[in-house]
Design a protein around this ligand. Structure first.
Ligand code: FBP
Length: 553
């Protein structure tokens, strides 16, 4: 592998562990806390997880290691979208495994959960793993989105585990993958396989967080990368003074990524999906909100600005969700063929007009034509509109343009409106992890092995107090069932880890709310710059604004 100078330098970096995990494996002891209950639906979750429900919270402390010695053969998978630091979870896991006994083995199953089903794996060695220390990406073994959830899949995994003599499986994934980790752990326990299952909280989206998990890994680096780019764009906008930049950021339904980037860069506008839903805002209201900022700034001679749009926004606009539901219905089954056979867009438009309710057609009719067409082109394998593929940054900028034309005609708007569009997602998911993510991920992996060594299963590797220096971090584990409740999924009640959306009474949103009026009118941009790996701790080890505000710092 050809290494860049930064890659070589990052190889030299020693990730920081929480204080209690420093000083060698022989000095890590366990403190068992109180039994746990799920966050809701206790009786139902208990009935579904009879072998793994209600277990105690675990904290590691300094003391003599009392775990039983046995040969460990651990399998690990990366699941879902990439997040900076995934390689370090595996490095931390590997180092703890080998420090405990050099005859222990770590197998990496390739391409995500399907690697476990297909028995496609590599055995990690020092030489192989060293190339990936402190680097971004998931290319060490690849990732995938196959879900491990059926009895049939679990039977195959059990066979694969038996073949390799696996003692444990570590699943590095988001809320869905860790929900599946809990189900797999229960299956393995119920069938007396002796295979433990441990999860690690990953996702740039920041939506796997709760009273136990302070942040999912990757959120820090991804938002810092997007914030650097947004800051650069702000500076460009403020230099040329001729464009409004509409920037969509990844993050799925939750707006954590957008909010964190807004806290870092102080743009003129940042939409928050959760607020749009709570206030039942219409497309016209959102358009007017942005247009008001453009108008005020334009009339002050500031014909430029920056608006951040979370990728999930349109799902939160009630009238838009209703429209999507009607379109899904309109094209259900054979009706897609009928629609596709129509000769041109004019004929399709008439078909749509006839098929939608008056209310939904009125919403459809105000959309720019490219969005109208996107709604009918991009379908998922189940025939549903893929909302995340809608270019909402262009949708809002076009709607704002149309609104400004009206205001110009009425004589209230006197400025000029030039638009630029951006989508930041893939740019941040594989960045070199920040020092925070490098340390946090390495600790999560190291800690995951300590949970395995002490015999725990169905636990999420938990490292808390992470807004403080790593020395003060607290390592331990929490039963995944504690984070679960019952939710309706695909027409069935399912036990799942509760997804965290932006809390409108939480400190990060409150801070944003208190400042956004000023940011909308004046130019208050802040330029966070690139992630720094070397230099003073207050620059290099900085965590997110979201975490700092949540912790009251
Ligand atoms: P995860 O939930 O798997 O961590 O996904 C993160 C994410 O980057 C989302 O922000 C984004 O919507 C999605 O993955 C994109 O998925 P894909 O890589 O399949 O295009």
């Amino acid at each position: 592998m050809n290494l860049s100078p930064l890659q070589k330098a990052r190889y030299e970096y020693s990730p920081k562990l929480p204080g209690m995990l420093r000083g060698g494996i022989s000095e890590i002891s366990v403190k068992v806390g109180a039994p746990t209950e799920s966050v809701a639906d206790q009786a139902k979750i208990k009935a579904l997880f009879p072998n793994t429900y209600g277990k105690e919270e675990i904290t590691f402390v300094k003391g003599s290691n009392t775990s039983a010695a046995k040969k460990q053969v651990v399998g690990v998978i990366l699941s879902g979208g990439q997040a900076p630091g995934g390689h370090n979870v595996i490095c931390g896991l590997y180092d703890a495994i080998k420090a405990t006994d050099k005859n222990n083995v770590l197998l990496g199953f390739k391409g995500g959960p399907s690697g476990l089903i297909d028995d496609d794996y590599i055995e990690f060695t020092d030489e192989y793993i060293n190339q990936y220390r402190n680097t971004g990406g998931f290319d060490i073994i690849g990732s995938g989105r196959t879900k491990l959830e059926t009895e049939e899949q679990f039977k195959i995994v059990t066979e694969v585990a038996k073949k390799h003599g696996l003692t444990a499986i570590v699943i590095i994934g988001g809320d869905d993958s860790n929900t599946n980790a809990a189900v797999l752990a229960e299956y393995m326990a119920a069938h007396d396989t002796g295979v433990q299952v441990i999860g690690c909280p990953k996702t740039i989206d920041g939506d796997l967080k709760n009273e136990d998990i302070e942040a999912s890994f990757g959120f820090d680096t991804a938002t810092k990368t997007y914030s650097e780019l947004i800051g650069n764009i702000e500076r460009d906008a403020n230099s040329a003074k001729k464009y409004w930049h509409f920037i969509k950021v990844m993050g799925r339904s939750a707006s954590h990524v957008a909010l964190e980037c807004a806290l870092e860069t102080q743009p003129n506008i940042c939409l928050i999906g959760e607020e749009v839903a709570a206030k039942k805002m219409s497309l016209a209201q959102i358009t007017n909100y942005i247009a008001d900022s453009v108008e005020k700034r334009g009339n002050n001679g500031e014909n430029f600005g920056v608006a951040i749009i979370p990728e999930g926004i349109v799902e939160f606009v009630p009238e838009f969700s209703k429209l999507i539901a009607e379109i899904n219905e309109l094209l259900a089954g054979k009706k897609t063929e009928e629609f596709n056979a129509l000769p041109n867009w004019a004929a399709k438009y008439e078909f749509i007009k006839k098929g939608l309710s008056g209310e939904s057609f009125a919403v459809f009719d105000i959309l720019p034509e490219f969005v109208q067409q996107q709604l009918f082109l991009e379908r998922d394998p189940h025939g549903n509109v893929q909302v995340s593929l809608i270019e909402s940054e262009k949708l809002f900028s076009e709607m704002v343009k149309a609104e400004l034309a009206k205001r110009k005609a009425a004589g209230t708007y006197k400025g000029k409106f030039g638009q630029q569009h951006h989508f930041f997602g893939y740019e941040g998911r594989c960045a070199f992890p920040s020092n925070f993510d490098a340390d946090y991920c390495y600790s999560l992996g190291y800690n995951a092995f300590m949970l395995i060594q002490y015999g725990y299963t169905g636990y999420l590797s938990k490292v808390s107090n992470i807004s403080k220096p790593a020395e003060e971090w607290v390592a331990g584990g929490m039963p995944i069932t504690k984070m679960m409740n019952m939710e309706r999924r695909n027409g069935e009640d399912k036990p799942v880890i509760r997804k965290a959306l932006v809390e409108l009474d939480g400190a990060p949103f409150k801070y944003f709310e208190a400042h956004r009026e000023e940011w909308a009118e004046k130019t208050c941009f802040t330029y966070p710059g690139a992630i720094q790996y070397f230099g003073p701790a207050e620059v290099c080890d900085l965590t997110t604004r979201t975490l700092a505000l949540e912790k009251g710092e």
